[in-house]
Ligand binder design. Sequence first.
Ligand code: TMP
Length: 233
Amino acid sequence: MKKIYSGKAKDVFEKNENEVVIYFKDDATAGNGAKHAIIEGKGILNNKITDLIFKHLMSKGIETHFISKLSDREQLVKKVTIIPLEVILRNYSAGSFSKRYGVKEGKKFKEPTFEISYKEDALNDPLLNKDHAIAMEIVDEKEYEEIKSKSKEINKILTSLFERAGIILVDFKLEFGKDKEGKIVLADEFSPDNCRLWDSKTLKKLDKDNFRNDLGNLISSYEIVLERLTNVK
Ligand code: TMP
């Protein structure tokens, strides 16, 4: 299969004109690639967690690119054109929000915040507002509103799922794509690489912040997330 994209933690191969295979690697990066390590087994865990989350979202009516998990490290997905936006939802302050606005980590917001960045490594994924995204013709107004409402719906579904797993969903990043018919569907992955998860009782971090901030063992945290999600009733 021809490799059509090589990302920081995933590669994408062309299966046929309608489908691609995503391969989950063990690479971990932070600070737009400034920090890099190979963490053995991370790709397998992220593939399993993404499989579980995407299936859950689809069972609740969310349309995604996901077709099936092929192996420990591979997923078959619908070929889509990725919309170059990093869509970030926040339920609590943390990370760049805390840094940018001087708000201590852990403040629970009355309403989740929705923000978008321009997905462009060379520019360090700069923050955009709605007018910027429309001016740049990344989305039109209707598509922007559709992405926003879908993201909020996903947040509701996943906040509830993680709550039942004894985990607080602090924030997360989504990517959307357009399929052949121009329909906007959820794409990319959902794993502890692109969200913040805190243990509901101890507030221990169970996500990639362990790597970003040298806090502890990444794999054991990701294993806890997978095990808890697997056992949600
Ligand atoms: P931030 O606080 O650094 O802006 O990150 C918010 C959330 O988005 C956090 O869960 C990590 C995730 N994220 C990514 O997955 N990729 C990125 O490039 C960035 C900046 C954040």
